[in-house]
Design a protein. Structure first.
Lengths: 468, 92
């Protein structure tokens, strides 16, 4: 019986590694899902058939409930994928926190067989801290992304905020150390519960000062925490399978966090403790140059006469649900022999890879989706750069203006294109509250309006008789 | 039984494998990658099954059942939405 457990764990581990390996190419990626499902099934069955599992009704009921909630969650619109992802980090953290709590009280009541070593107790404290802070933190992030009414979207900051946050976490860790040293002490039970409560509070406090533009990084960091809480659970339960799967998840979150931070030229600590979107030092000290507005007809003409067009999508495209109109424009231009590419900034959207998924949904071939580093050398030869709901990722001030919060952030060189067309919903500054001088450049023409509406008008120009 | 050394050993090796494999993941697929790793780390389900299904006091089993529900939700929605997104990536 024990042998079956060990062998199935090894098999599941191998399948999980293959699942991630196949993600290196969109052609093989779907094999990865199959490998993951098989690995998961093997692990679940091997656990379930152990003789100690006697309350099968409970297991069946909870699994059925998981299906009832999980299936609709997998069918959300792709614009809502960031909040679904945050929600799933929350569920992962919750599971770790609850199992950790259960394990501790089982041991206190004397019904657990395993010995509570200092090491095991430390892992248990880490599991509970990571699990519960991931739970509330991710719920907050999901709420912000979903724009739930009673969760403020804007970063909320107050004096001494970092002091409070670090204080709460430090208190939880200190209690964790105390419990790890004396797991059986009379006060340890209360201390353990206090750790859980502090971690739950810390998760909320951690996300309050974070704004929408930082969500890709924050979701990645929460992903890493969720993975690490699974690792800690593996240490507690003495399960190499859990440790391995958690480590895979954790390292994925870590790598994505690093990529996101690099793409914003910021450090982890800066993202978590340096609230973005604070009042920004006056950039427009001199006189503000005026916008130049372009008509839809003029824009259509510019696009049609171009040999190559680079479209730079941002979160504004997702908000306006404009990706299908983008596809129509792509078709219209491609049919006329215009080469159309999409320039994807790593932090465009609200989570890593968000733009790629939205454009793929609109049936745009992935060969047309080009990463920032690859497209930038081509920008000076680009006839028209069409900026679509992107803002900070094309702001030239990032290159030289030390006063702006986005200073040093790598950007897509839209400004170097021969002509820039920028579609923008309103004349207000972007999410980070920063003026964008791209819009007042000599070669930039603005199209004001909802991205979907503007694109619809543009496509109409190519449709019947307007322009041939 | 709880062999601290070998568990740490497994953790370190798995992290290195994870870093090596994830670094090669196509940049196009970061969103599905996240939902896939999320589903995989819901392997915490094995811990929840033991807590919910073994002969424990009722309160403990309730904690386990909620954890099992949460993990199962991640497994189901994680794998399904990953596949749904991956289906959309077409070369031409």
């Amino acid at each position: 019986m024990h042998l079956i457990g060990e062998l199935s764990a090894v098999l599941a581990t191998a399948l999980f590694i293959f699942a991630l390996y196949w993600m290196n190419d969109p052609k093989t990626a779907r094999h990865g899902v199959i490998a993951g499902v098989v690995g998961m099934t093997v692990a679940v069955v091997a656990t379930w058939i152990q003789p100690e599992i006697i309350h099968h009704g409970w297991v069946v009921g909870a699994i059925a409930a998981g299906f009832v909630v999980g299936v609709p969650l997998s069918r959300v619109p792709l614009t809502a994928v960031p909040q679904r992802t945050a929600l799933s980090h929350a569920f992962g953290g919750l599971a770790a926190g609850l199992v950790g709590t259960a394990e501790y009280f089982l041991w206190r009541s004397g019904s657990a067989t395993a010995e509570m070593t200092h090491f095991r107790m430390s892992a248990l404290a880490a599991e509970v801290i990571l699990g519960f802070l991931t739970f509330t933190g991710s719920l907050m992030a999901a709420g912000k992304l979903q724009e739930v009414r009673w969760i403020p979207q804007r970063p909320v900051t107050y004096p001494g905020q970092n002091f409070v946050n670090i204080g709460v976490l430090a208190a939880a860790v200190a209690l964790g150390v105390a419990v790890a040293l004396h797991p059986g002490a009379p006060w340890a039970e209360q201390a353990f519960l206090a750790i859980a409560v502090l971690a739950l509070i810390f998760g909320v406090l951690l996300i309050i000062p974070i704004g929408g533009a930082d969500m890709p990084t924050v979701i990645s960091i929460l992903n890493a925490y969720a993975g690490l809480s699974a690792v800690a659970m593996g240490f507690v339960l003495d399960s190499k399978l859990l440790v391995t799967a958690g480590a895979l998840d954790g390292s994925s979150g870590l790598i994505l966090s690093i990529i996101m931070c690099r793409a914003m030229n910021r450090s982890f600590t800066n993202v978590l403790f340096g609230a973005f979107g604070k009042a920004q030092p006056a950039l427009a000290a001199g006189e503000q140059k005026p916008w130049k507005q372009e008509t839809v007809e003029g824009a259509a003409q510019l696009l049609e006469q171009a040999r190559n067009v680079v479209i730079i999508p941002g979160y504004g495209m997702a908000v306006a649900q404009a990706q299908h109109k983008v596809r129509e424009l792509y078709d219209a231009l491609t049919k006329r022999g215009v080469t159309v590419k999409f320039a994807i900034h790593p932090v465009a959207g609200r989570m890593p890879g968000h733009m790629n998924v939205l454009l793929a949904e609109a049936n745009i071939p992935y060969s047309a989706l080009v990463e920032m580093d690859e497209i930038n050398p081509e920008m000076p030869q680009t006839d028209v750069a069409l900026v679509l709901g992107a803002n900070d990722v094309v702001n030239p001030a990032a290159r030289y203006n030390k006063g702006t919060p986005i200073y040093g952030m790598p950007i897509i060189d839209a400004d170097k294109a021969k002509t820039v067309l920028a579609v923008k919903r309103s004349k207000n500054p972007g999410f980070a509250g920063i003026d964008n001088e791209l819009y007042v450049q000599d070669n930039t023409w603005m199209l004001f309006g909802d991205a979907k509406a503007v694109l619809g008008e543009l496509v109409k120009q190519f449709g019947g008789g307007g322009i041939h | 039984m709880s062999d601290f050394g070998s568990m740490l050993f497994v953790f370190v090796l798995a992290t290195f494998i994870g870093l090596g494999v994830i670094r090669r993941v196509s940049r196009l697929l970061y969103t599905p990658l996240m939902s896939l790793t999320n589903a995989i780390s819901a392997i915490a389900v094995v811990g929840s099954i033991v807590v919910a299904g073994a002969d424990h006091p009722l309160a403990i089993r309730i904690l386990g059942a909620v954890a099992l529900f949460a993990s199962m939700t991640n497994i189901v929605s994680g794998f399904m939405i990953t596949d749904r997104m991956l289906k959309m990536f077409k070369k031409q």
